[in-house]
Write a protein that binds this ligand. Sequence first.
Ligand code: HEC
Length: 130
Amino acid sequence: MIRSTMIVAAALIGLQGTAHAEGNADKGMVQFVKNCSSCHSIQQGSNTVGPNLHSIVGRTAGSVAGFTYSAELAKGGFDWNEPVLLEYLTSPTQAGGGDQLLHTVHMHFEGLSSREAEDIIAFLKSLGAQ
Ligand code: HEC
């Protein structure tokens, strides 16, 4: 009995640890609505000012059919894995190795804090990853 209680407690601590390291999807949803949803839909096939962000985690850059990207993103050549996304959202002018200015200008800010970006990535991941 004591032993199984300890196992459950250890499992709970383990889960909390993971949630912390990966960001909080609920907070990320709030951040997404505030910072991203004016330009991005999360519905597949629905492009607005920006391309839809359905299954964006792991998706190849510049790959949404029917969306006209900047020359830089249209080249593709990399995937939006978590470290790249984190860099794009925290320092948009640095990531992707090229001219990310379009996003910076459109987003009207220098970037998010790491905490905000991690939460948004956790939310986007919860919608499905590739
Ligand atoms: C004011 C409009 C606007 C806002 C706000 C905005 N974006 Fe974007 N986003 C764009 C545009 C336009 C592009 C296409 C950029 C390009 O072609 O270089 C883009 C591209 C992207 C891409 C690359 C997608 C792909 O298919 O390669 C990601 C990832 C992204 N945005 C994430 C976000 C996130 C997350 C937020 C909120 C923190 C956000 N964006 C806020 C307009 C916006």
